[in-house]
Ligand binder design. Structure first.
Ligand SMILES: O=C(O)CC1=CCC(=O)O1
Length: 257
């Protein structure tokens, strides 16, 4: 399949090293809003909406994880970046891992947040079927219920509303096809081939992809560093913006703890 030209934004100096931020299932590039200003002081920050999400096209499915990687490679070409750092959360992390294994010459450093190398497929296949019959909006409250810890969500009702709107705004078929990507992907054999310096971040309270998924990734990638933030659920970058941003900066600047 040909790559999809995704919708993207750029922040930071034109001559700075490029970092690409890849969103989770159901989110848009706006999920990185807490990180972009600080990263843009040091990097040329490229955020994009994964196909089927936000302002990106939703080509007819099925999609494979390699299609999402093709989209990132085309995005790198589009912004004129021979190489880049890649930061991905959940589905974005899966895309990052596959890119690292398949296109190592395009990648400098890798940061993987709240992601997995292998999930239980059935819940994602069930979710794809649910979305195809009823759309994304009805499942938004339950998904956002796993993105933030309950106390944080209770204190941030405007954020909860914005996140639910993001999910409701995803293309139904695009979202369903991305659910099937998550269900079908198996990156366990790729982990040992990844040579990019890698930081893995877990949310201690992540019920969607609990910390044992990230421990398995960190154990599988030679030299990977593992950081667990607490409290923090699936979108740990939103709940712990200062700690996550500082860890990303340290890692991408080559001074990972
Ligand atoms: O949407 C969820 O429940 C969790 C998730 C899996 C892959 C992803 O991007 O989010």
């Amino acid at each position: 399949m040909t790559a999809t030209a995704v919708s993207y934004s750029v922040a930071g100096a034109d001559d700075a090293p490029v970092v690409v931020l890849s969103n989770s299932l159901g989110a848009t590039r706006a999920m990185w809003d807490p990180q972009v200003p600080a990263l843009a002081e040091r990097f040329r920050v490229v955020t994009y909406d994964t196909r089927g999400h936000g302002q990106s096209p939703a080509p007819a499915g099925p999609y494979a994880l390699d299609d999402l990687v093709d989209d990132v490679v085309a995005l790198l070409d589009e912004v004129g970046a021979e190489r880049a750092h890649v930061v991905g959360l959940s589905l974005g992390g899966m895309t990052g891992m596959r890119l690292a294994a398949r296109e190592p010459h395009r990648l400098d450093r890798l940061a993987l947040l709240c992601t997995s190398a292998k999930t239980d497929p059935q819940p994602f296949l069930d979710r794809a079927a649910t979305v195809r019959s009823g759309g994304t909006a009805p499942l938004a409250p339950a998904v956002v219920g796993r993105w933030l810890t309950p106390p944080y969500a209770a204190e941030h009702p405007d954020l909860v509303a914005r996140l639910e709107a993001m999910i409701a705004g995803a293309d139904d078929e695009g979202y369903a096809a991305c659910c099937e990507v998550v269900a079908r992907m198996d990156l366990r054999a790729d982990l040992g081939t990844i040579t990019a310096p890698t930081l893995v971040i877990s949310g201690a309270d992540d019920l969607a992809l609990p910390p044992d998924h990230q421990r398995a990734i960190a154990d599988g990638i030679a030299g990977a560093q593992l950081l667990t933030v607490s409290p923090g659920a699936h979108l740990a970058n939103l709940e712990q913006p200062a700690e996550v941003t500082a860890a990303l900066l340290a890692h991408l600047e080559g001074a990972s703890r």
